[in-house]
Design a protein around this ligand. Structure first.
Ligand code: SF4
Ligand code: SF4
Length: 88
């Protein structure tokens, strides 16, 4: 799946747009881990592989990779992800 994503020109363009828009605003995703049901929906939609399920019980965001695009928050059925601006 990852291989196909990086070789599809349309997805590559979208990915670049997401990164550029998000870098300007310095936004990051935050998970309310106590209420996460570890469904993995956020993992599937993240274009940068910046979120993963740890120990099979909760999602965790890699702040170094996350650009705050918000795709994970839109997909989360438990509404436990918020995207916020962070200090530089
Ligand atoms: S906001 Fe969510 S989908 Fe977007 S890069 Fe961050 S973890 Fe991935
Ligand atoms: S989509 Fe929401 S409930 Fe599902 S693993 Fe991600 S943060 Fe947890």
């Amino acid at each position: 799946m990852t291989f196909q994503m990086y070789n599809c020109p349309v997805r590559s363009i979208n990915r670049r747009k997401i990164i550029m828009a998000s870098i300007r605003k310095k936004r990051k995703a935050f998970v309310e881990q106590a209420d996460c049901v570890a469904c993995g929906c956020c993992v599937k939609v993240c274009p940068l592989e910046a979120i993963r399920i740890i120990s099979g019980i909760m999602a965790q965001v890699d702040m170094g990779k996350c650009v705050g695009c918000g795709k994970c928050a839109k997909e989360c059925p438990a509404s436990v992800i918020t995207v916020r601006e962070v200090e530089h």
